[in-house]
Design a protein around this ligand. Structure first.
Ligand code: ZN
Length: 123
């Protein structure tokens, strides 16, 4: 009989991961320079001091909208094809399984890319 149990693994700090991935896909990790919040379209947010866009939240790859940018980017990179193929798209967009599947995808991608960065640094 095979006994298996889930070993708790250290959770990747979301903000560090999201900042890294935003940078990797060429997005802007918005910053407000500590400015006062502004209200636009009845939404409270900030004007980014780097790109000038109004934003309400940082990129958070748990939402489908932000996640799809990351997914499309990964799909366009042939060196990530094996990794992308491991995830089933219907899980990623699934209402119930989606949040967990998207988190695993973002965590996995973060691990791959940071490991590659370390390899490059050691050359
Ligand atoms: Zn920005």
């Amino acid at each position: 009989m095979k006994i298996s149990f889930v070993v708790p693994t250290g959770d990747i700090v979301n903000e560090e991961r999201d900042r890294f991935l935003t940078d990797a896909i060429g997005g802007c990790w918005h910053e407000d320079d500590g400015g006062e919040p502004v209200t636009m379209f009845a939404l409270k947010g900030h004007i980014c001091s780097k790109c000038g866009l109004f934003y309400t939240t940082k990129n958070d790859f748990s939402t489908l909208e932000d996640f799809l940018k990351l997914y499309e980017w990964a799909r366009g990179d042939p060196s990530l094809a094996d990794f992308v193929a491991q995830s089933r798209t219907r899980d990623l967009v699934n209402e119930k399984r989606g949040p967990g599947a998207r988190k695993r995808f973002a965590d996995g991608l973060y691990r791959i890319l940071t490991a590659r960065g370390r390899e490059r640094d050691n050359v």
